[in-house]
Design a protein. Structure first.
Ligand code: DAH
Length: 340
């Protein structure tokens, strides 16, 4: 009996000191089918009958003690999520931390902003829910004007005068109404149209509007500004051309094309064999628009332009389907890692 007590005491010492953190080898050594606890239990048969009760209690208490120590070791090692020092290998690479990337529309938008910033254009923003005046009437598109047909949108039932803006040209109106001249702004933002969704159209997309109003602003200023933009955005070899066009809010109006980035102007399926692709609309701000916004059209002139960011992005990265921008497929999105 005395011997058993001694044995248990020294085993307890050993167990307390067990500190290599490997709970499994502890379990095998002490608590396994061939472990020391079982072996000691087997000694019971050699204990004299009068000591059996006391020996049983001692052994039971020892078993509980060993199990508690096992739990402790388990918690300290992997299971408890807290690695002990010996588990840690600081030379291993860290767990990968997935890095997000900017959306291609944001990359191109930031790029456009930074190009125009260098020319002194400030960024202006306006509301996506507009009233009829800012989106249409002030821009020389009164009620029943046929140009409204091309920009059908979503109306807000609470107030028939409210709508989701169809273009960022509405921000021009807000800025002109503030009356801080000269004005030199670009207005990036989301716009909405009631269109059937396809590879080339969506019910929302993004535009950047530009506006420069001062004394003696001419069409030559407009051309040079846009030419600089194209060269910075697409490279020095890209050519531009202006085609006469019509917008109610500009006079004269033009559409600007760039030489096709795919075929270099020889003609291919992207440019429909013409060698040119359209990228934006522009013109000299119509005097009626200046007057509608409280600016003296005898003193001031200005130019404006508007482009779709999706269109520029599709040309730049040769993306063929507009829907990809809003599907949030990571396999598509993670390809665009270049910064601003
Ligand atoms: N607002 C026009 C559109 O969404 C684009 C545009 C054309 C804007 C000519 C302009 C401009 O400022 O001068 O189709």
């Amino acid at each position: 009996m005395e011997q058993l007590v001694k044995q248990i005491e020294s085993l307890k010492e050993e167990i307390r000191a067990f500190n290599n953190g490997d709970a499994e080898s502890f379990r095998i050594k002490y608590l396994g089918t061939k472990g020391l606890v079982k072996a000691l239990m087997g000694e019971m048969k050699n204990v004299a009958a009068e000591n059996k009760k006391q020996a049983g209690q001692l052994l039971n208490e020892f078993k509980l003690f060993t199990e508690a120590r096992y739990d402790e070791l388990k918690a300290a090692s992997g299971n408890g999520q807290q690695a002990t020092q010996s588990d840690m290998d600081l030379s291993l690479p860290a767990d990968p931390m997935p890095l997000g990337s900017r959306h291609p529309i944001s990359i191109v938008k930031n790029r456009i902003i930074s190009i125009f910033k260098r020319l002194g254009f400030a960024v202006a923003e306006g509301p996506e829910i507009e009233d009829d005046f800012h989106n249409f009437t002030a821009l020389n598109m009164p009620e029943n004007h046929t140009a409204r047909d091309m920009q059908d949108t979503f109306y807000i039932t609470q107030n028939p005068d409210w709508l989701l803006r169809t273009h960022t040209s509405s921000v021009q109106v807000h800025e002109m109404q503030k009356g801080n001249l000269p004005i030199r702004i670009i207005c990036p933002g989301r716009v909405y149209r009631n269109e059937t969704i396809s590879a080339r159209a969506h019910c929302f997309f993004h535009q950047v509007e530009g506006l420069y109003i001062a004394e003696n602003v001419s069409f030559a200023d407009l051309k040079q500004t846009l030419y600089f933009f194209v060269q910075e955005m697409f490279g020095k070899d890209v050519k531009v051309r202006f085609r006469p066009s019509y917008f109610p809010f500009t006079e004269p109006s033009a559409e600007m094309d760039i030489s096709c980035l795919i075929c270099g102007g020889d003609g291919c399926s992207v440019c429909k064999k013409t060698g040119w692709v359209e990228i934006l609309g522009c013109g000299m701000v119509h005097p009626n628009v200046l007057d509608n916004c409280g600016i003296d059209s005898n003193k001031y002139t200005g130019f404006a332009f508007g482009m779709g960011i999706e269109r520029i992005t599709m040309l730049k990265y040769q993306i063929k389907d507009l829907r990809l921008f809003s599907e949030n497929d990571v396999r598509f999105l993670k390809q665009f890692t270049s910064g601003v």
